[in-house]
Design a protein around this ligand. Structure first.
Ligand SMILES: Cc1ncc(COP(=O)(O)O)c(C=O)c1O
Ligand SMILES: [Zn+2]
Length: 421
């Protein structure tokens, strides 16, 4: 099938996207709301034909993920639609954290700055733009929390109905910050993996429901490429040596790698080698376990961790995470709940960034990978901080508080100040 034939096979405008391609057998199929290969049931991903993308054209674009729209499966006029505009979040040179971790050069990509305070706004914005073009009218998802926030908010902004399924055990803040946007929010007495199964059944029953991470997953997943693009652009159009990415389903990690690879093959950055590292919570570390055991397949687990946003026991992209990490010479690490809390506090006190538990996983895993010699302390390293600490206050609420509680007198305040170390 030629690329031109792909385009003619569909009247859709999904920008540079030309076809869906199977990650297992390479079979190509026309752009549609499909996610499994008709030949082998492998996962489908978007294949492109890029044209005319330069550093200058990107820099002249909007200050959001839509500066990369010519690299995403979205209509060419995507910005004229009502939409969320995530992206172009801060890349912080983290010298104080670097000193604590004993590494030479460190950056923190702070994705808490997105509209609903996590990287999920990126994937949802791309999914919504593609879903509209594919003819859907309701935005849906199964979620571990952050995706629920992003879907409910994006649907509200676009004037769409939303249906969101979550495990009822999620943090109260994540439930509230989904419910506030309206839409239908169903708390299910089960794990994320149970909720995901229910969503897959519902997607098959409702033609006009776009479950962003199920039936439009190939489009949704591409939104995470923008994290890779932004890191490269913000470093001054070059790739980092090492990057640490939290892993739940594993989609984000594989797409950060895809973003780096595409930038290099388009000549936007030098094709320098880089290593990709995954970070998981010990209480849900199926990918780290497979990595350590040298397996290609990921054995599902039942999650038990405070990092609920990463609590996916049967990660859809787990095998592809293993591929990327092994191909680039990285590793997948895991950390305990105590280490996650320490990671949150370390990042907050050194860089003034308050991350959710997933961020604690990333920081603590990076620390461990440095201590065990897997991350090179002399190489330039980026940590992806993908969600905001205000959503997981419970993780630190017993650990931090006022230095002292005093009566309203100068004497009492002075006494506390005099006693400071
Ligand atoms: C804050 C945060 N970081 C990272 C991830 C991992 O994303 P993925 O499922 O693409 O591995 C999630 C998933 O929900 C998340 O909420
Ligand atoms: Zn296939």
């Amino acid at each position: 099938m030629t690329l031109t034939a792909d385009v003619q096979a569909t009247a859709l405008d999904l920008g540079p996207a030309r076809a869906l391609s199977c990650r297992e057998c390479g079979h190509r199929t026309a752009l549609a709301a499909e996610f499994a290969c008709p030949q082998c049931f492998g996962p489908l991903e978007v294949a492109y034909e890029f044209a005319g993308v330069t550093r200058e054209s990107i820099e002249a674009g909007p200050k959001s993920i839509w500066r990369y729209r010519h690299l995403l499966p979205v209509p060419s006029d995507v910005r004229t639609h009502p939409n969320t505009e995530p992206g172009l979040t801060r890349l912080i040179q983290a010298d104080r954290l670097a000193a604590e971790l004993d590494v030479r050069k460190l950056w923190v990509k702070d994705d808490t700055g997105n509209p609903t305070h996590s990287f999920k706004d990126r994937v949802v914005a791309v999914a919504l733009a593609a879903a509209r073009e594919l003819g859907f009218t309701v935005l849906c998802c199964p979620s571990t929390g952050n995706l629920a926030n992003a879907v409910a908010a994006a649907a509200a902004r676009a004037g769409w109905d939303s249906v969101v399924l979550i495990p009822s055990s999620l943090e109260p803040a994540k439930i509230l910050t989904t419910a506030v946007y309206g839409g239908t929010l169903i708390a299910v007495d089960g794990t994320y993996d149970d909720v995901n199964r229910l969503a897959t059944e519902l997607a098959a029953e409702h033609d006009d429901w776009a479950f962003v991470n199920v039936n439009v997953r190939p489009y949704y997943a591409e939104g995470s490429k923008t994290l890779g693009y932004e890191v490269a652009e913000q470093l001054g159009w070059r790739l980092p040596d090492q990057i640490v990415v939290p892993v739940a389903s594993g989609s984000q990690l594989t797409k950060v790698d895809k973003g780096f690879t595409e930038f290099a093959s388009l000549g936007l950055v030098e094709p320098t080698g880089y290593r990709v590292f995954g970070a998981q919570a010990a209480g849900c570390s199926p990918v780290a376990k497979a990595f350590e055991d040298g397996h290609d397949l990921v054995a599902p687990v039942r999650p038990d961790t405070i990092a609920r946003s990463l609590a996916i026991g049967n990660p859809a992209d787990g095998p592809y995470v293993l591929d990327v990490v092994r191909r680039t010479g990285g590793a997948v690490g895991h950390v305990t709940d105590e280490e996650i809390v320490e990671g949150i506090r370390l990042l907050a006190r050194t860089e003034g960034v308050f991350a959710e538990t997933a961020g604690g996983v990333t920081v603590a895993t990076a620390k461990k990978l440095i201590e065990t010699g897997k991350l090179d302390p002399d190489a330039e390293t980026v940590l992806l901080i993908t969600g905001d600490g205000l959503k997981t206050l419970d993780a630190v609420s017993g650990q931090v508080g006022p230095t002292a509680s005093v009566p309203s007198t100068t004497k009492a305040v002075r006494e506390v100040l005099a006693g400071r170390g």
